[in-house]
Design a binder for this molecule. Structure first.
Ligand code: WTA
Length: 654
């Protein structure tokens, strides 16, 4: 076996069809979906042009749909003019001024609701405040905020005046903040005194001060929201309280009509090497797919209450909190705090209280809440829910089934949405009234998203269950436009193969006999054991299928004879096994994986810990685990880790 092809060993055959009742009420029914696919196949540009005209309000209509003259830097609708904030707010006011746009709940239980009119007024006041401090079209503004409505207000205010925002997740350290500010050459920082998480204050302003004292000469002003009320330092001439900045500002602010290709935001994401990449998105194309996917995948309707639990510091919190649902005139829920405060029932209590109808979260959260038992969800009324979603990593079938039965009461379709910061919006996902789902599969590409699995030569792999590179064969409206300030890195990262024809996602995937996509991991998460290629995720799924296991991460370690040996880091239910108990459990798990997949997949080394090293967005830090597995010294920055203490356990030192 050569190249990227991967042996697939986990075959999941359960099929869950949407109920007739769901389908009858869904926006997209089987015939609609077929028609959308057909149109996209037959007239790709016409397909997107029609949607862009229908779903976006243009100040100046576009005449050119896709411009490929400077490939791989593609442009969409590039002679049109529009404004994202106008499309998210103003155009709804005639009909929906009094409709709730945002339901916010703080960790302490404080609830605040904003109607579309109130959101409009606050966005305008803040946009005027930004202008008063010299912010103009094209200026970069970094937002380092807790998960409060003002974060969305700041994002929308930037869009309103054509400023380019870059949200830095509040869990990032001062160093990370400084690097991003400097890379973006931002002139303004918007932050808060602090946020609240897990009953503790997250000292945002303190971190901001530290970042600014070690560089960031580009920053002229810092606007500070009072949220926690604890003591902070304010630097005269530089720092302004949010309330002072908006004092006396008008609640009307004419949107700046920008070109469709005007940068809307930068979002920094880690690459396989070196410094974070500023993923740059454009205005109209991004907004278009934010809207289409909210309508097609979340089936958003007027009466829905949509809760996407992602922080605005991640792409999910952009497309499915701050922009997309608002552009579709929906009602969103925002929560500032940890899911287990005061206990593991917090999410379910909020679902009951706010009558959430659509709930979207990450597999890591589902597994964590599943671990706390069924009593929490069972003590709340979850009957308002009609649709569930997941994003961020492959969901193992056990967690999927728990989500389906205990949360969805077997009554809610689950949309497992595959996409990336770079794609801007969902690419592969079930359409809930149509697609029969299989636990663990993100199913099929959405209309107009030409995703495929190809071999080393760029040819479609037609054989079922043979893995390859996940690619997207045509540019799409919400794709990234470049890596900020580094066009070459953009081309090298995303168009390095196949003659520059296809977007390379960096994931490996397979398609099953129904054409369903199964994500097998990142390309560098592929193990090669004695010439057999195995997706790390498949070994992980086998491990978590064992009764005693809650979570597992598997990486390769160089091995003289086999190429790679398999190292598994395992979290067990209850107490972490040590000593003899650990040895016994390790043997049991090795045999178990041998049974589930085959002897080739038996982990050579199993280590038990209380947690896995994860980024604040919940992604397992695989590169760090590979370093640990190889017994090498850790040189990477571990400051963004949720729990630094587990490192010693994983190294076998504790
Ligand atoms: C992974 C998050 C399996 C994948 C929106 C991708 C997934 C990376 C899924 C992007 C899914 C995301 N099933 N894997 N449904 N969704 N991924 O940029 O490896 O934070 O390349 O965007 O997450 O992560 P990012």
């Amino acid at each position: 076996m050569s190249g990227i092809e991967i042996n697939s060993v986990l075959i999941e055959n359960r099929l869950f069809k949407p109920s007739a009742e769901f389908t009858a009420r869904a926006r997209i029914k089987p015939d609609d979906l077929a028609a959308l696919h057909k149109r996209a196949e037959e007239d790709y540009e016409g397909f997107w042009a029609d949607l862009a005209r229908e779903l976006i309000d243009w100040q100046k209509p576009f005449t050119q749909t896709l411009d490929e003259s400077n490939a791989p830097h593609f442009k969409w609708f590039s002679d049109g003019e529009m404004n994202v904030s106008y499309n998210c707010i103003d155009r709804h006011l005639a009909k929906h001024a009094d409709k709730t746009a945002i339901i916010f709940e703080g960790e302490g239980g404080d609830v605040r609701k904003l109607t579309y009119q109130q959101l409009h007024d606050e966005v305008c006041e803040f946009a005027n405040a930004l202008k008063a401090h010299g912010i103009r079209e094209g200026d970069r503004v970094v937002i380092y905020m807790p998960m409060v409505p003002e974060a969305v207000i700041a994002m929308q205010a930037c869009a309103r005046i054509g400023a380019v925002q870059s949200v830095v997740f509040g869990g990032f350290s001062a160093e990370s903040l400084r690097d991003r500010i400097e890379d973006a050459q931002a002139v303004m920082l918007i932050t808060a005194d602090g946020g609240t998480r897990g009953g503790k204050i997250v000292p945002l302003k303190e971190a901001a001060d530290k970042a600014l004292s070690s560089g960031c000469d580009c920053i002229k002003n810092v606007i500070v929201l009072k949220r926690t009320g604890h003591d902070i330092a304010m630097q005269e001439g530089r720092d302004i309280w949010w309330s002072d900045a908006i004092a006396g500002q008008s609640n009307e602010c004419e949107p700046v009509w920008v070109n469709a290709e005007h940068p809307l935001f930068l979002l920094y994401t880690s690459g396989s090497t070196g410094k974070p990449k500023g993923i740059q998105h454009a205005s109209a194309g991004y907004l278009l797919n934010a809207i289409t996917t909210n309508l097609w995948v979340f089936d958003l309707r007027d009466e829905d209450i949509f809760w996407c639990t992602a922080d605005v510091g991640w792409i999910t919190g952009h497309t499915y909190v701050a922009y997309g649902p608002l552009a579709a005139a929906s009602t969103i829920v925002m929560y500032e705090g940890a899911p287990v405060i005061p206990d593991g029932g917090r999410f379910w209590k909020m679902v009951e209280e706010h009558k959430v109808t659509i709930f979207y979260t990450a597999p890591t959260a589902i597994r964590a809440l599943m671990r706390l038992g069924d009593d929490f969800p069972n003590s709340y009324d979850l009957s308002s829910l009609r649709l569930l979603g997941t994003v961020g990593e492959p969901i193992n079938p056990e967690a999927w089934m728990w989500y389906h039965t205990v949360i969805g009461k077997e009554n809610c379709p689950i949309v497992d949405t595959w996409w990336q910061t770079e794609t801007g919006a969902h690419v592969i996902s079930p359409v809930p009234g149509v697609t029969a789902t299989k636990p663990g599969s993100c199913t099929l590409p959405l209309p107009g998203m030409m995703a495929d699995v190809v071999n080393e030569e760029g040819e479609s792999i037609t054989e079922a269950n043979t893995g390859g590179y996940l690619v997207i064969k045509k540019p799409w409206p919400s794709m990234l436009r470049t890596v900020w300030g580094d066009d070459q890195r953009y081309a090298d990262t995303y168009y390095p193969k196949f003659g520059g024809k296809y977007y390379l996602a960096g994931d490996s995937a397979r398609r099953d006999e129904n054409g369903y996509f199964w994500i097998m991991g990142r390309i560098d998460d592929v193990l090669n054991v004695s010439g057999h290629r195995l997706g790390t995720m498949e070994v992980e799924s086998a491990l978590v299928a064992h009764d005693a296991v809650v979570e597992a991460a598997v990486v390769g370690r160089p091995h003289e004879v086999k190429g790679e040996a398999i190292v598994a880091f395992v979290i067990c239910k209850g107490e972490r096994p040590t000593g003899e108990a650990a040895e016994k459990m390790a043997k049991e798990l090795r045999d178990w994986v041998g049974e589930q997949i085959g002897p080739i997949a038996k982990p050579d080394d199993i280590r038990f810990a209380e947690g896995l090293p994860k980024t604040r967005s919940g992604k397992i830090m695989r590169r760090l685990l590979r370093t640990i597995a190889a017994g090498e010294e850790i040189t990477s920055d571990t400051s963004t880790l949720e729990n630094e203490a587990v490192i010693a356990q994983l190294q076998g030192k504790a």
